[in-house]
Design a protein around this ligand. Structure first.
Ligand SMILES: Nc1ncnc2c1ncn2[C@@H]1O[C@H](COP(=O)(O)OP(=O)(O)OP(=O)(O)O)[C@@H](O)[C@H]1O
Length: 337
């Protein structure tokens, strides 16, 4: 198990990571989501032993992970960090890039394992090409294949989805899921690779992560299951970080057909998919209609100051039209700023 205890890191005038504690069980996927500059990459570097913490410790299965000032070669042999820049060897094939990570193994196992990784990472077709001849998604998968080749205890990924188009994002997402599950099946529990993904967009991570953490100004401000963090965010920031959301003052609740609140200045959040269009109910005027492929996103004004985003599959709606909306009382969740 990877454990971070009260980690902090200061760069001259910026506290990049503040008092972060977390633990990652074998075979688990954790996603950390936060705005740019919230300390995600710094935290990954601390967890990988690639940066020295000012205070706090990282340990893997009870053994301290040393920072670069304590060891000759920074990093830990059982923890792999995959950066956004993949760092592949440019002049050798995909197959050789992966094979290199297994250079200390016997040839027969090495060939068997490279074939297995090429299959798992869907790279068999491009195995003989060099990195400049493959797509961004294939480079990302090659970097992941290389990182997991000798079954490390922990795989840390910095923004694995950010430069990829939708099909490639889905392939990488499924690959990470399959990797953790497949390798967990063949390994004993304690050898199963665990995976920590940092990202500024939770969409791709929500469906595969066992736990989801929210980073803000260097702090881990909320950690829980993806459904708990999505449906019960503690802050408006956490709500926004985990998907589209309406944030409004509680005093506007009667405009949605809900009772007067006891604390009118509190903030409430309401996910777009929790708002239904109905005959009757509260009345609003459509201000914008956005086609999203499988559905439409509407902006509906309930007053001059209250604009709601909601989703529908109806095709008969247009700007300026009046619609009725209904919101269940239990869909509304109070948050801090
Ligand atoms: N080597 C450094 N020297 C000085 N300040 C740094 C250094 N690395 C990071 N910082 C600062 O620490 C804070 C956290 O940066 P970090 O890169 O960890 O955030 P992040 O959440 O990964 O951001 P992004 O999503 O943009 O990559 C930022 O304010 C950044 O400017």
């Amino acid at each position: 198990m990877l454990t971070a205890t009260k980690l902090s890191k200061v760069y001259s005038d910026v506290t990049a990571v503040r008092n972060v504690s977390l633990s990652l069980e074998p075979g688990q996927i954790m996603a950390l989501v936060g705005a740019s500059g919230s300390g995600k990459s710094t935290l990954l570097n601390l967890l990988a032993g690639m940066a020295d913490a000012d205070t706090g410790t990282v340990s893997l299965d009870g053994e301290r992970v040393a920072g670069p000032s304590d060891v000759l070669v920074p990093g830990h042999k059982n923890i792999r960090l995959v950066h956004q820049e993949y760092q592949l060897m440019p002049n050798v094939s995909v197959r050789e890039n992966i094979r290199y990570a297994l250079r200390f193994f016997e040839k027969s196992y090495r060939d068997f394992r490279v074939d297995e990784l090429l299959r798992l990472c869907r790279l068999t077709e491009v195995q003989d090409r060099v990195p400049r001849q493959i797509s961004g998604g294939e480079k990302q998968r090659t970097a992941i294949a290389r990182a997991i080749a000798d079954k490390p205890a922990v795989l840390l990924l910095d923004e694995p989805f950010s430069h990829l188009d939708l099909p490639n994002r889905l392939i990488v997402r499924d690959l990470l899921f399959d990797m953790v599950r497949e390798e967990a099946d063949v390994a004993t529990d304690s050898r199963a690779t665990s995976c920590l993904i940092v990202t500024h967009d939770a969409t791709d991570a929500l469906s595969i992560a066992d736990s989801l953490g929210i980073m803000r100004d260097g702090k881990l401000i909320q950690l829980g299951s993806p459904t708990a963090v999505y449906h019960q965010p503690q802050t408006a920031y956490a709500a926004r970080m985990t998907g589209p959301v309406n944030i409004l003052k509680a005093r506007h609740l009667p405009l949605l057909g809900l009772p007067e609140p006891t604390s009118p200045n509190e903030l409430i959040c309401l996910r777009p998919e929790q708002i239904q269009l109905t005959e009757g109910g509260a009345i609003g005027t459509i201000r914008a209609v956005f086609f999203k492929g499988s559905h439409y996103e509407l902006e509906v004004a309930l007053s001059r100051y209250v604009l709601l985003r909601l989703l529908t599959t109806r095709t008969d709606l247009h700007v300026g039209q009046e619609v009725g909306i209904r919101v269940a009382n239990e869909s509304v969740w109070t948050v801090k700023p």
